[in-house]
Design a protein around this ligand. Structure first.
Ligand code: 5AD
Length: 365
């Protein structure tokens, strides 16, 4: 049965569900090996770095799971333009093909302008060579267009979950936190011409295997180019974190389960979507010291080394046990390069490493 499914070219929903419910170690290894071979075929044995700059924890949203939610009483920081540009300069000099700008969500005019200037400046300082991915939440179509025109070419906006009920359960029930708005944003990004990324959190309380399969079907339906997803990790000062801890649902066993589900999602998504970029995210490593390597072995091809200046890393914790918090960007480069080589992949230095899916789609237009 498993062999038959793994040898099919087009999987259907029942196949995906079957794979999502696998628990036997040998079966899982077979799944991961197959996913790795698909990555090898469609992408090559290469991983690309996206230098992650987490430049501000100011946020207008109040998501129940997130450590930098608006109601969290922590100190807020926002880096200066010079600081952000110095990190981009470092990424350029170290031959990272691109940087990802991430922050809490804001949509005021001053912020929109600030980002526009930064995008232009990064393009200038790198002779237009550094690719720019944005991970700045929900914005108006006009703002997305401005940032695209300024030089950003990829945008990552996680849908978090495609289940309406679950989305409501993990966000305040108001207009600022709307699943439909997120879907509309993904459509707008695609229309403008961005390479569009999305993703979900895996192992959320009450999330089912079928929910996760529906998420993967959504990625295909929306013709997504890049996937960034990872296991849910408790942040102890958030409403969801408190609930999970109170119900004793954050035991080592539960964490291992969430981790495994995270790796399975990568493998099944690779099997189903084939030529998209898939990140082995930092959250994997928060639950398992070898998390990102295992992600690469199960079909991921993107790593996002944190290049945030060390002094700000404490202030940007979406979840507890964030890895690399005491490291600097030089250490992260050496460490992650070693992790990539250890699984037998190469690092695609100084390349954008665009999603082959995006290229294929646009060449055939
Ligand atoms: N655990 C895992 N991922 C989280 N994110 C936010 N909080 C958590 C958490 N507690 C993810 C969300 C968001 C991305 C930037 O970080 O999916 O889109």
């Amino acid at each position: 049965m498993l062999r038959d499914i793994l040898n099919k070219y087009e999987l259907d929903k029942s196949d995906l569900l079957y794979l999502m419910n696998l628990t036997d170690k040998d079966d899982l290894n077979m799944l991961y090996e197959k996913a790795y071979s698909i990555k090898e075929k469609f992408i090559g044995r290469k991983a690309y770095f996206r230098g992650l700059i987490e430049f501000s924890n100011v946020c207008i949203k109040d998501c129940y799971y997130c450590g930098i939610r608006k109601s969290s009483p922590q100190e807020r920081f926002s880096m200066t333009k010079e600081e952000i540009l110095s990190m981009a300069q470092w990424a350029y000099e170290n031959e990272y093909g691109s940087v990802t700008l991430q922050s809490g969500e804001r949509n005021d005019a001053e912020y929109v302008e600030f980002i526009t200037e930064i995008i232009k400046d990064i393009k200038n300082l790198s002779d237009a060579k550094l690719g720019i991915t944005l991970c700045l939440g929900e914005q108006s179509e006009e703002t997305y267009q401005r940032w695209f025109d300024a030089g950003a070419h990829r945008y990552l906006l996680r849908i978090e979950t495609t289940s309406k009920e679950l989305y409501k359960r993990i966000h305040p029930n108001d207009e600022l936190h709307s699943l439909q708005k997120r879907i509309d944003c993904l459509e707008a990004l695609k229309k403008i011409g961005y390479q569009v990324g999305t993703g979900v959190m895996i192992g959320l309380p009450s999330q089912t295997e079928e929910d996760l399969v529906n998420d993967i079907l959504f990625f295909k339906e929306k013709d997504i180019d890049m996937i960034g997803m990872g296991p849910y990790v408790v942040h102890k000062d958030t409403p969801m974190g408190i609930e999970v801890l109170t119900k004793n649902m954050d035991t080592e066993e539960e964490k291992a389960k969430r981790f495994e589900l995270g790796i399975k999602m990568i493998a099944i998504t690779r099997l189903y979507l084939k030529d998209v970029n898939i990140a082995a995210t930092t959250a994997l490593q928060a639950l398992n010291p070898l998390g990102r390597e295992l992600g690469l072995k199960a079909g991921a091809n993107i790593l996002m080394p944190i290049i945030t200046l060390q002094e700000y890393r404490y202030g940007y914790q979406l979840y507890d046990n964030k890895p690399c918090i005491d490291d600097d960007q030089n250490h992260c480069k050496v460490c992650l390069t070693g992790r990539v080589l250890s699984v037998g992949d190469m690092v695609g230095f100084a390349e954008w490493g665009d999603s082959p899916h995006f290229k294929v789609k646009n060449n055939s237009k």
